[in-house]
Design a protein around this ligand. Structure first.
Ligand code: ADP
Length: 471
């Protein structure tokens, strides 16, 4: 589980979220708390200035008639310790409950560092002035008091930093909820997103496993075709479709090929048995030997075709091009099928534009192409049908066409007949089934020549195959 992509994704998302939130929260606390404290210190400064202004209206620092209420108010509001100092650093006034400070004076250091700058007209804010026993930082604000146009003393307000910042601390502690909520919501989204990402990946893995086991029926469920994962799924499904088709063709081939090979073996075995009969006439003996020879040739051709196809597919077949007369080659091949042609009483027409049509190609391989096309024309024609062969020069190419007025090919089959091992349903063409490599071999050989095989057909009427060769 901890090694799964899902878990790794989740962990990555989690770490990223925690870092982002930590940064956000840290920055928020730092800036917010600092700003807040600064604004509170400013507030204290205003209070001190306000008190000093009130006292400016009096003649002496000891006149408490207006200042006392203000001092009480400020000390309560900020939990502050407030002193009114004269120019010598003596405490003249405080809030009521701290009146024992009255009469005491500042030590020399505080006089120098703190009081003298105030007496020069400055507003001083410091954390150095007042040290408490428990070490809590105290913020001290001092402002000058003007009486009759001259500085007569100073107002000093001491407050605990913790008291000033308490509100911001409360705020921050409450704000912890916000990131927690954001975190929770983000987690839910992360979970959904991770599952969405990993579910198809798991399906891909299953597809690969199933394909490995030879089961090509499994398909990846596709929710959205727009995403990259959806497109990969689509491609994988297409691949499975092809694999499953190939698998079926392969198993059909094994069946067909073994049938194709078994038939001649049975015939050969039967006739060679018959040859052992010493009472056979010479004519019969010759007839049986011809049959055996014919069947042996069929087997040899089939095996040869399979080997050539596999060599071309593995890229081990090179072309041995030469110049030769294609018309001669065709005539020779037609002649070699004379027996079958006669047996079916077929009409063979040959239309050569000129006696010689020279091509530049691999003669042995083109012979294979012509043989396969003629064999098919023979196989898929009825008695007394015709086979018409045409050759001519078209632009700078040699054009070769083999047409038959046979059973034709259904439209839906046309796209597949060049597939390896593909044979049209035997039920529809009884007794005509082959191994299904003839046309795929034709296609591959012509591809090797940089050409292609073309077909046109009308079921029940005709089939026309044609191709071009270099001259
Ligand atoms: P096969 O060994 O089955 O003939 P091919 O690859 O030569 O294999 O041909 C594939 C299929 O194409 C055949 O099974 C047949 O149905 C169809 N076909 C090929 N040539 C013709 C033709 N001239 N007329 C009708 N059908 C044809």
């Amino acid at each position: 589980m901890f090694k799964s992509t899902f878990f790794k994704l989740l962990l990555t998302f989690l770490v990223v979220i925690i870092i982002i939130m930590g940064l956000m929260f840290g920055m928020q606390e730092y800036f917010f708390s600092r700003e807040y404290l600064l604004s509170r210190v400013q507030e204290i400064q205003y209070e001190a200035i306000h008190l000093a202004n009130q006292m400016s209206e009096k003649d002496t620092l000891g006149d408490t008639s207006t200042s006392l209420d203000t001092i009480e108010l400020i000390s309560n509001k900020y939990d502050a310790l407030i002193w009114v100092l004269d120019k010598e650093g003596n405490i003249i006034q405080t809030q009521k409950d701290k009146s024992d400070f009255v009469g005491k004076s500042l030590p020399a250091k505080q006089m120098n560092d703190f009081l003298y700058p105030i007496l020069e007209g400055k507003i001083v804010t410091t954390t150095e002035f007042y040290q408490t026993q428990n070490g809590l930082p105290v913020i001290t604000v001092g402002v000058p008091i003007f009486q009759n146009g001259v500085i007569a003393g100073a107002v000093v307000i001491n407050t605990f930093e913790t008291v000033l910042a308490s509100f911001s601390r409360q705020m921050v502690s409450r704000l912890w909820f916000m990131p927690l909520i954001v975190f929770g919501v983000a987690m839910i989204f992360v979970l959904i997103a991770s599952r969405r990402l990993t579910r198809p990946v798991k399906a891909f893995k299953r597809l690969a496993n199933e394909a490995g086991k030879g089961n090509f029926a499994y398909r990846v469920p596709i929710k959205s075709e727009d995403t990259e994962l959806g497109q990969i799924g689509e491609s994988l499904n297409q691949m499975m479709e092809k694999l499953s088709k190939m698998d079926k063709l392969r198993s059909d081939f094994v069946q067909n090929a073994s049938h194709e090979l078994k038939a001649p073996i049975t015939v050969i075995s039967g006739y060679s048995q018959a040859l052992m009969d010493s009472s056979l006439t010479e004519d019969k003996r010759q007839e049986y030997l011809d049959i055996i020879q014919g069947e042996t040739r069929r087997m040899s051709e089939l095996i040869g075709g399979m080997m050539t196809l596999s060599q071309i597919e593995t890229g081990n077949q090179k072309l041995n091009r030469e110049h030769f007369n294609i018309n001669d080659l065709i005539s020779r091949m037609i002649l070699s099928f004379e027996l079958e042609i006669e047996k079916k009483q077929l009409e063979v027409e040959v239309h050569y534009e000129s006696d010689v049509l020279e091509v530049y190609a691999d003669q042995a391989k083109i012979e294979q192409v012509v043989v396969n096309l003629l064999q098919n024309a023979l196989k898929y024609t009825r008695e007394k049908d015709s086979i018409i062969v045409t050759t001519k020069q078209v632009k700078a190419k040699a054009y070769v066409e083999i047409k038959d007025t046979g059973i034709g090919i259904e439209k839906k089959e046309i796209g597949s007949i060049f597939d390896r091992f593909y044979t049209v349903d035997k039920a529809k063409t009884p007794g005509k089934g082959g191994s299904g490599i003839g046309l795929s071999l034709v296609k591959k050989i012509l591809q090797l020549h940089g050409s292609q095989i073309n077909v046109e057909s009308q079921p029940g009427a005709y089939s026309r195959f044609w191709f071009y060769l270099d001259m």
